[in-house]
Design a protein around this ligand. Structure first.
Ligand code: ADP
Ligand code: MG
Length: 255
């Protein structure tokens, strides 16, 4: 694995009760690169993202972001779980965008983006506002800063959610099927914003069924099935010339 990996997942296992969901997952995401994770429903994609930012506690293995263990510190060859406040601080460096946008309905777009800048980053109102406006500009929604979520389309709401994550200047931004809840005609505007961010050098891990996006934007495509990485590599290999029968079978179903 490369020394410069921004995200490094090694041997990660996770079960819910007796059900193994991740069965030893390895993944290395280089700084400034885009990794798209594809795979059937129930294969563990969301769980993998949730393990990366320690929303789920892993059973075995390790996760590092920018060279630091997430959720644990190591001493005497053992891992000790970090206190919640330290984990919160780590989590503030790892952005996440969900399928449902999870915006606060009683706050304007601007307030939604400012919230964590004030509460977590402890920025002054003025600085938070400046940074939030810049983030809204990046997703093309500056003119909607004072709009409430119910006045925005699903695509615009998801772009606000992306701006909210971006404003925190995360080391990596995780996307969990960011366009799956959208009407088809709204998918493009969200993918276009994500493409811009990728071009701008943001490190991204994107769980998606948008194979066209993966083909165009991903540096690495990872095919996850039944809690294991079946195949990973550049899109030209994994999507256009997959080696593994399970990858081939999955792609014929979704394409
Ligand atoms: P994907 O995102 O690829 O569809 P998930 O990571 O959401 O898959 O889920 C993988 C498996 O883990 C599924 O069988 C799901 O039912 C199970 N699972 C996910 N989260 C939980 C949970 N909190 N408790 C119990 N089972 C869960
Ligand atoms: Mg999922």
């Amino acid at each position: 694995m490369s020394v410069s990996a921004m995200v490094e997942v090694r041997g990660v296992r996770k079960s819910f009760g007796a059900v193994p969901v991740l069965r030893g997952v390895d993944l290395a995401v280089g700084g400034g690169t885009v990794t798209c994770v594809i795979g059937p429903s129930g294969s563990g994609k969301s769980t993998l993202l949730r393990c990366i930012n320690h929303l789920e506690k892993i059973d075995a293995g390790r996760v590092e972001v920018d060279g630091a263990l997430v959720g644990y510190r190591e001493s005497g060859g053992k891992l000790h779980e970090l206190p919640d406040r330290v984990i919160s601080r780590q989590r503030a460096e790892i952005g996440m965008v969900f399928q449902g946008f999870h915006l606060f309905g009683h706050m304007t777009a601007l307030r939604n983006v400012m919230e964590a800048l004030r509460g977590v980053r402890r920025l002054s109102k003025k600085d938070a506002e400046r940074r939030a406006l810049a983030a809204l500009r990046e997703v093309g929604l500056e003119e909607h800063a004072e709009s409430y979520p119910r006045r925005l389309s699903g695509g615009q709401q998801q772009r606000v959610a992306i701006a909210r994550a971006l404003a925190m200047e995360p080391k990596v931004l995780l996307f969990d099927e960011p366009t799956s809840a959208l009407d088809p005609q709204l998918v493009g505007e969200v993918l276009a914003v994500m493409k811009d961010l990728a071009r701008g050098g943001l490190t991204m891990v994107v769980v998606t069924h948008e194979i066209g996006f993966a083909r165009e934007v991903a540096d690495t495509v990872v095919f996850l099935d039944d809690g294991r990485v079946v195949e990973s590599g550049p899109p030209a290999e994994v999507l256009l010339a997959p080696r593994e029968p399970r990858t081939q079978e999955f792609l014929t179903r979704v394409l």
